[in-house]
Design a protein around this ligand. Sequence first.
Ligand code: ZN
Length: 52
Amino acid sequence: MSESRVRYVCLKCRREFDKQQLDVMMAVRCPYCGFRAIAKTRGDIVKIVKAV
Ligand SMILES: [Zn+2]
Protein backbone atom coordinates (compact mmCIF):
# COMPACT_ATOMS: atom_id res chain seq x y z
CA MET A 1 0.00 0.00 0.00
CA SER A 2 2.91 2.36 -0.67
CA GLU A 3 1.64 3.37 -4.08
CA SER A 4 1.06 7.05 -4.63
CA ARG A 5 -2.52 8.05 -4.25
CA VAL A 6 -2.99 9.12 -7.82
CA ARG A 7 -6.48 8.62 -9.08
CA TYR A 8 -7.97 9.21 -12.46
CA VAL A 9 -11.42 10.39 -13.34
CA CYS A 10 -13.11 10.12 -16.70
CA LEU A 11 -14.25 13.43 -18.10
CA LYS A 12 -17.24 11.83 -19.72
CA CYS A 13 -18.76 9.37 -17.25
CA ARG A 14 -17.00 10.86 -14.20
CA ARG A 15 -16.03 7.48 -12.82
CA GLU A 16 -12.80 7.16 -10.88
CA PHE A 17 -10.18 4.51 -11.38
CA ASP A 18 -6.59 3.73 -10.45
CA LYS A 19 -3.39 3.84 -12.45
CA GLN A 20 -3.23 0.07 -12.33
CA GLN A 21 -6.38 -0.09 -14.39
CA LEU A 22 -4.71 2.06 -17.03
CA ASP A 23 -1.61 -0.12 -16.99
CA VAL A 24 -3.70 -3.20 -17.62
CA MET A 25 -5.21 -1.60 -20.69
CA MET A 26 -1.87 -0.08 -21.75
CA ALA A 27 -3.73 2.95 -23.02
CA VAL A 28 -4.90 6.28 -21.69
CA ARG A 29 -8.62 5.86 -21.78
CA CYS A 30 -11.51 5.26 -19.48
CA PRO A 31 -11.82 1.55 -18.62
CA TYR A 32 -15.58 1.96 -18.30
CA CYS A 33 -16.69 3.88 -21.38
CA GLY A 34 -13.48 4.08 -23.45
CA PHE A 35 -13.41 7.87 -23.52
CA ARG A 36 -9.92 9.13 -24.23
CA ALA A 37 -9.83 12.25 -22.10
CA ILE A 38 -9.26 11.68 -18.42
CA ALA A 39 -8.18 13.81 -15.50
CA LYS A 40 -5.47 12.87 -13.07
CA THR A 41 -6.33 13.76 -9.51
CA ARG A 42 -3.78 13.94 -6.72
CA GLY A 43 -5.09 15.63 -3.64
CA ASP A 44 -6.74 18.74 -5.00
CA ILE A 45 -4.63 18.92 -8.13
CA VAL A 46 -6.44 17.90 -11.26
CA LYS A 47 -4.48 17.45 -14.42
CA ILE A 48 -6.12 16.75 -17.72
CA VAL A 49 -4.57 13.86 -19.58
CA LYS A 50 -5.65 13.75 -23.16
CA ALA A 51 -4.66 10.96 -25.47
CA VAL A 52 -4.24 11.87 -29.11
ZN1 ZN B 1 -15.68 7.05 -18.80
